[in-house]
Design a protein around this ligand. Structure first.
Ligand code: PMT
Length: 419
């Protein structure tokens, strides 16, 4: 079953939906449908009590994904640990948020999957409370709610009306479309790069020797793709120009596939103008000058073929020094194996980019192709080493630095927003 998108408001957004145990849980099924209609992907955590009201099967059918129910399920932990579950979302939504779940959140309990995910998340959380009117009015609930709001948790509803228990008053969970509106609003305020265009390069380039052989490198595209996704998550309109990689195209990002440096340059130039350019691709510095039309033959007694190399265009330099369409902020990477910072700083001034992320790519770091990276951000104002982290975290931090750079009223120094 594929949903037809009725609006692109939430397209590419990843929602982690925690379904608590209340009669309103049945409305969460409609909420899933409404979110998916708008292009969001929904992953669900169903509490034990929630499963008394809706079945894992119906939730799974609507999310078209596995439903996560148990903290100590070895398969769940092996496939997707609770930390990952909470991190691989743009927003966590708790609907229905029962009095018990709200209390657990306010007091930091983590004794089941839902509460553990809520403790472990570094993403924003929106709750849609649903409970009996007296429970809602109870001082403990109101206290807990004040605590959560102080923690930055967003609240949608509840509504006033007749309740399943026969009483009347506030406590009915907000309607699915009202929750959707609150979610859209949450994204609108957390999208500092909305209205900005960004170009990101990623992956290696392959420079043909003959029709079947090429010069390449070990770049996987993980870093560049994560940056494209992070910028899109901050609301930027992103074009990702990628060399050959084995990764899926990031959701909500226009992705252009190329092979060679020259194709990459053409695709980047076609994507200009932009406000931001981030060149994370490991572009081959050289290509074979006289690429063979036919496969080179290994022949007995013949001299070995010689590869004559010629220099490739420098994409980062071309963008940084573009005569008419230079983006406001150009960010490069410098992959170095020695004197990392010194070489990176020299590269920054030679190529003319604003910021450069100095990257130690010595074999022991495992940076090329691996999941983690350690960089130093070098700008006009100095250099800031970032602690080693997952490439997704490096990407999120870079996106946050870029957002801060464009925020009105800041002095645009990346050092100011560094931790
Ligand atoms: O892809 P992963 O496996 O996730 O690994 C990530 C990474 C190590 C590839 C990435 O973090 C990184 O460091 N990318 C830059 C790799 C590189 O080629 O660096 P460089 O020092 O050779 O080039 C400096 C800068 O100029 C880079 O921004 C590069 O994109 C750019 N460049 C280089 C040559 C060229 N012809 N055109 C360019 O635009």
């Amino acid at each position: 079953m594929k949903d037809n998108a009725v609006s692109s408001d939430l397209s590419g957004k990843r929602i982690l939906l925690v379904i608590g145990g209340g009669i309103a849980a049945f409305k969460s099924l409609d909420l899933i449908r409404r979110l998916r209609e708008r292009g969001a992907s929904v992953r669900a955590v169903l509490t034990k009590a929630g499963a008394e009201f809706v079945t894992p099967l119906s939730v799974s059918a609507l999310t078209e994904d596995k439903v996560y129910t148990d903290l100590f399920s070895l398969t769940d932990e092996a496939e997707m640990g609770h930390i990952q579950l909470s991190r691989q979302a743009d927003l966590v939504v708790v609907a229905p948020a029962t009095a018990d779940l709200i209390a657990k959140m306010a007091h930091g309990h983590a004794n089941d999957l839902a509460s553990t995910v809520l403790m472990a998340t570094d993403k924003r959380v929106l709750i849609a409370p649903a409970m009996n009117v007296r429970m809602w009015d109870h001082k403990a609930t109101q206290r807990n709610l004040t605590t959560l709001q102080g923690d930055g948790v967003l609240v949608a509803g509840p509504n006033e009306g007749a309740m399943a228990c026969g009483e009347f008053g506030p406590g009915r969970m907000a309607e699915p479309l009202e929750i959707v509106t609150a979610i859209e609003r949450a994204f609108a305020v957390s999208q500092p790069l909305s209205g900005k265009r960004a170009i990101v390069t990623s992956g290696p380039t392959h420079e043909p020797i003959d029709p079947v052989r090429f010069i390449g490198n070990r770049s996987s595209g993980k870093q560049g793709h994560a940056i494209a996704a992070a910028l899109a998550g901050q609301g930027a309109d992103v074009t990702l120009v990628t060399g050959p990689v084995a990764l899926p195209d990031p959701a909500g990002v226009e992705t252009v596939h190329v092979e060679t440096a020259r194709e990459m340059l053409a695709a980047v130039e076609a994507a200009l103008p932009a406000d931001i350019a981030v060149c994370a691709a490991a572009v081959a510095d050289w290509r074979v000058a006289d690429e063979a039309d036919q496969k080179l033959k290994k022949e007995e007694g013949k001299t070995l073929p010689t590869l004559n190399l010629t220099e490739n265009p420098d994409i980062l330099k071309a963008v940084s020094r573009h005569p008419s369409k230079r983006p406001d902020l150009v960010v490069g990477f410098a992959a170095e194996t020695e004197k990392v910072e010194e070489h990176a700083a020299a590269k920054r001034s030679r190529k003319g980019c604003d910021w450069i992320l100095a990257n130690d790519v010595s074999p022991q770091t495992g940076t090329f192709g691996g999941d983690r990276n350690a960089v130093t951000l070098i700008s006009d104002t100095g250099s800031v080493p970032w602690p080693a982290a997952d490439k997704a975290d490096i990407a999120n931090r870079l996106a946050a630095e870029i957002s801060a750079h464009f925020a009105p009223g800041t002095d645009k120094s990346p050092l100011e927003v560094a931790e």
